[in-house]
Design a protein around this ligand. Structure first.
Ligand SMILES: *Cc1c(COP(=O)(O)O)cnc(C)c1O
Length: 508
């Protein structure tokens, strides 16, 4: 508690501008760290020039100080470096340990991606450069278009969308354009109750009405329910496959045929593509449009929010409406930008998030014809966790798990502890919690996606920790209600924290 007292007394002194606050360690060499603005000390600068350049130094310093409205912190270079390095030690990331967030595919991001993305002609490329000076960049995008079409067995793709949800909106606009060209204004999209929250949200944003379909006890779509709801005003069905219970929709082709007989379209949310990459043909499933989250399946770091990217693949029905421009290749092997005949227009400036596209391209290239092994290992790893934990935790579905395994809280409920208690306790053992309370169709859901990156030893250790917490719950260990005990922040009011964030936590 000594350190806490020190923190409080130092905090009390840190109101004035001229009092910078010291960092205090609470946990060995992990430092509490104030905001960089609280380190500010009038007149302190992060640069210095030789004596005879004093005029320049003063001018620059005066300029920065006069720009009062910017409120820039006045700190030295080592203070800046320490500040950000200390903050970086608070981060949990895939480079530290397993990151089992279900539906998020927090896989290892290979260093080769960063090495190549850092090459000057990629790093420094400007989106406004004329096509003649952007041939390297265009070639990457062209190759990625081609590789994604081959991987998915679909005829065309756009790489413009900024992330999965943006890909959904793009796909829905394409569906709208398809029906409008036929003079139809279809208003309804069918969405199963196990859908990711972004699905109904994107439908609403695109101006559609959402009609919810029920899942069967196996976690699959109820075909009879689909038939009953397949009215002439249905533009399409938006289904996640493998779905959010981690189960492959075995009726996908039958679903596509039913839809097509009604001239409705099949949107397959492909965020869980890691389970089937290199193993399955979206074309043969009868998919009309699907987004693949490049930052998930194709390895861009995406903890903390972005940037992301999505490839939206489409069937022949939709390819003439794709956002423009696309990258094309002429006979002389030069690359150009062209728009599809009935293009819905741009969804994003430039070529989309090129840095993400480049990493996806490198990821595919470096796996070559071994892409299918990614899915095999991702599925194997989820099933190792499933097997390890199926006695202590209640499986949400009896069907085979694909790349993630979902448990409900029904075995823990009787102990008085919740899924949230489990998630918080995992932090004390050094693990990031899995996705919890999603999908909504599973009570107290615990959704674990290990990805292909993990070794069996890591998965076994994680499973032992999960079992240990389950045993402590059975034994009524009251310490669990206040976990985590070893983190800077313990139980925060998460709803208020999201709406009204207090960023300078240590000074309040
Ligand atoms: C992640 C995810 C999305 C949304 O993708 P973002 O890239 O986060 O916008 C949509 N559907 C499913 C099933 C997902 O897992």
């Amino acid at each position: 508690m000594l350190t806490e007292e020190r923190a409080t007394s130092v905090n009390a002194n840190s109101n004035g501008n001229d009092q910078t606050r010291l960092s205090v360690t609470r946990n060995g060499q992990i430092y509490e760290e104030p905001l960089i603005f609280e380190r500010s000390h009038p007149g302190r600068v992060g640069f210095s020039f030789p004596e005879d350049d004093q005029g320049l130094e003063h001018e620059l310093g005066d300029f920065l100080r006069e720009e009062d409205s910017l409120h820039l912190p006045e700190v030295s270079e080592p203070e800046v470096v320490r500040h950000f390095t200390r903050l970086s030690t608070w981060n949990y990331g895939i480079d530290l340990n397993l990151y089992p967030l279900g539906s998020c595919s927090m896989k290892y991001n290979p260093r080769i991606n960063e090495e190549i993305a850092g090459l000057p002609h990629f790093r420094d490329a400007h989106p406004s450069l004329p096509v003649a000076y952007s041939q390297d960049v265009l070639k990457v995008v062209y190759e990625l278009q081609d590789m994604i079409c081959q991987l998915t067995d679909m005829p065309a793709v756009t790489l413009q969308p900024a992330a999965g949800a943006h890909g959904e909106l793009t796909g829905l606009f394409l569906m709208q354009a398809y029906h409008r060209k036929k003079g139809q204004e279809r208003k309804v999209i069918l969405v199963p109750d196990s859908a990711h929250g972004t699905n109904p949200a994107s439908c609403t944003l695109a101006g559609y009405d959402v009609k919810e379909l029920k899942s069967t006890r196996q976690g699959l779509l109820d075909l009879d329910d689909l038939k009953q709801n397949l009215t002439p005003d249905v533009a399409g069905l938006m289904i996640t496959n493998p779905n959010t219970v981690g189960v492959f929709e075995t009726n996908i082709r039958a679903i596509a045929d039913l839809l097509h007989a009604n001239d409705s379209l099949l949107y397959m949310d492909g965020a869980n593509y890691n389970a089937i990459i290199g193993q399955a043909s979206l074309g043969k499933m009868g998919v009309d449009v699907s987004h693949l989250n490049l930052h998930k399946t194709f390895s861009t770091p995406h903890g903390g929010g972005g940037p992301g990217g999505a490839a939206v693949v489409v069937s022949d029905r939709l390819k003439d409406f794709l956002p423009g421009p696309q990258v094309t290749r002429a006979k002389d092997e030069s690359y150009a930008l062209e728009s599809a005949e009935f293009s819905i227009g741009r969804m994003k400036s430039g070529l989309g998030h090129f840095g993400v596209l480049l990493r996806a391209c490198i990821f595919i290239r470096s796996h070559g014809n071994q892409m299918g092994a990614i899915a095999e290992h991702a599925v194997l790893n989820a099933n190792i966790v499933r097997k390890n934990l199926e006695e202590q935790f209640q499986l949400a579905s009896d069907n085979d798990s694909m790349h993630e395994v979902v448990f409900s809280d029904s075995k823990q409920k009787k102990t008085g502890f919740s899924t949230m208690d489990l998630a918080k306790a995992l932090i004390d053992y050094g693990y990031h919690p899995p996705t919890v309370y999603f999908p909504l169709s599973v009570h107290g859901a615990i959704m674990i996606e290990p990805t292909e990156s993990e070794s069996p030893e890591t998965l076994d250790h994680f499973s032992e920790v999960m079992k240990d917490i389950a045993a402590r719950m059975q034994a009524g260990d009251s310490d669990l209600s206040a976990a985590p005990h070893r983190a800077f922040v313990t139980r925060i009011d998460e709803a208020t924290a999201a709406r009204n964030p207090v960023l300078n936590y240590f000074t309040k």
